[in-house]
Design a protein around this ligand. Structure first.
Ligand code: HEM
Length: 206
């Protein structure tokens, strides 16, 4: 049923989220006079907004299956737009990373490694592939099976990458362990939602 309560749906949801993220990122950078500290704050801010958006999109179907209600149905209906908003958030992450590299090359070199380039680039390749196939026409061109496989592999890869990126900071900052909670929860929810429900026939057979 399409009613006015669906105002916050679809591409409008994406536009609101993307513009809000962009505005907040500019505001955060401006608090440090657009110096490198502000840019690094934007990198961390967008890593965290990306985490939230990714988890919502990747858990949407499982949540709607386990607890069908108005909110989880809204989530499932909008998972594509939450996913594209995640890509926008990570687009800002990429722009801030480039600014960091240009503004302070020694600090940038200290904060990155060959591994972060390799795994980060694979992550971005998946994000671009998922975003490019998040339109009706491109999704249809890819075909349902290939689409599902791509989005499943890319989703689990990104889940792992978030775990590693936040996890490797735990020895220095133990509170970073909190970022792993939503990631583990999303994984568990997907596993539980996938488990086959016992059918009446199985129960009868006992
Ligand atoms: C080539 C690609 C990438 C590069 C060069 C890169 C670079 C960086 C850098 C330099 C930081 C630290 C910023 C600072 O300490 O001030 C950072 C933080 C982070 N990045 Fe990226 N990144 C890349 C891709 C990704 C991807 C694909 C993900 C997730 C799927 C990701 C997730 C994170 C996370 C979780 C943090 C920690 C944020 C925090 O401290 O709260 N990055 N990245």
């Amino acid at each position: 049923m399409q009613t006015r309560q669906n105002w916050f749906d679809g591409w409008r949801l994406f536009a609101v989220l993307a513009l809000t993220l962009l505005g907040l990122s500019i505001w955060i950078a401006s608090m440090r006079g657009f110096e490198v500290d502000g840019v690094r704050m934007v990198i961390r801010f967008t890593a965290r907004t990306s985490l939230v958006l990714f988890c919502l999109a990747f858990a949407a179907a499982a949540l709607a299956r386990l607890w069908p209600n108005a909110f989880t149905r809204w989530l499932r209906r909008n998972r594509r737009y939450l996913g594209v908003s995640f890509a926008a958030s990570h687009g800002i992450h990429a722009v801030a990373i480039m600014a960091f590299a240009v503004m302070d090359p020694p600090a940038y070199a200290a904060a990155t490694s060959l591994a972060s380039y390799i795994f980060g680039s694979i992550g971005y390749a998946f994000i671009i592939a998922m975003t490019a196939t998040s339109f009706d026409r491109t999704a249809a061109a890819l075909g349902a099976r290939a689409w599902r496989r791509l989005h499943l592999i890319a989703g689990y890869y990104l889940l792992l990458q978030f775990m590693v990126s936040f996890g490797k900071r735990i020895p220095d900052m133990p509170l970073y362990a909190l970022f792993l909670i939503p990631l583990v929860a999303v994984f568990a929810l997907r596993m539980i939602a996938m488990a086959p429900k016992p059918t009446p026939r199985t129960i009868e057979a006992r």
